[in-house]
Design a protein around this ligand. Structure first.
Ligand SMILES: [Zn+2]
Length: 236
């Protein structure tokens, strides 16, 4: 039987590379847990300033536009907080500075559950391989969560040690748990469609893709709409 996770009391922290990633990856889950009363935070690591095919777009202007879109999406999902590391798009490096920043946010917000991308998911059929920033932040986050955040001698200036109980990795090829997002699939679709800079059309295609993907996961989980994750138990 597929395991379905219930409501989460929080705090929850979702860590992703680009402004639209949290909404696309786990927006239904974040909205559901926010509705249930959990404190839900999102940390976006780059400013998304290269996310366009148009050479005439000014990267700084695009980054400002994407921050506005992300703020709109956060309001749709009912997030408690949305935070930015401000790295240039495509230039995340899994180095000590990035891990220190992640550890700092984990120790400040002290989440029970942390969500992020599964960095081991590289090839999705013949049409897509995972973005470098997604892979980099996925591995950096895992190393930041365990052992770094939980041991005081790692990054001693980043606050008192904290061990989140669970990591949930989205965009995984090997989901082990699911969240029923039937009640929040509309919020997820609405949040994704806030990222207007990322669509050639009015976002209708993206809304449809979001629903189809969640339906597919729903079939595996035995509900109408779901989001699937690889779960890691980190202790507590
Ligand atoms: Zn992305």
């Amino acid at each position: 039987m597929p395991e379905l996770l219930g409501d989460e009391s929080g705090p929850v922290l979702a860590v992703y590379a680009h402004p639209d990633d949290p909404d696309v990856s786990c927006g239904g889950t974040l909205a559901r847990w926010a509705r249930a009363g959990a404190e839900v935070h999102v940390l976006i690591c780059t400013d998304g300033d290269k996310g366009t095919t148009d050479p005439g777009v000014d990267p700084g202007e695009l980054a400002r536009r994407r921050a506005v879109e992300a703020a709109e999406a956060a309001a749709v999902l009912g997030l408690t907080g949305q935070h930015f590391l401000g790295y240039p798009d495509g230039e995340l490096e899994d180095d000590s500075a990035l891990r220190a920043a992640l550890v700092g946010w984990v120790r400040t917000l002290r989440p029970r559950v942390v969500l992020g991308p599964d960095p081991t998911a590289v090839f999705f059929g013949e049409d897509y391989f995972n973005h470098r920033d997604h892979r980099v932040i996925g591995f950096a986050l895992l190393d930041a969560l365990s052992p770094a955040a939980s041991l005081p001698h790692y990054f001693p200036d980043a606050g008192p040690a904290h061990q989140p109980e669970t990591a949930l990795l989205s965009g995984t090829l090997e989901p082990t748990v699911w969240v029923d997002v039937t009640d929040t699939i509309d919020d997820k679709a609405a949040a994704v469609s806030c990222h207007r800079s990322q669509f050639a059309d009015d976002g209708e295609w993206a809304r449809r893709a979001v629903c189809e993907r969640a339906q597919e996961d729903g079939r595996r989980a035995g509900v109408a709409f779901a989001e699937g994750f690889r779960r890691l138990r980190l202790g507590g």
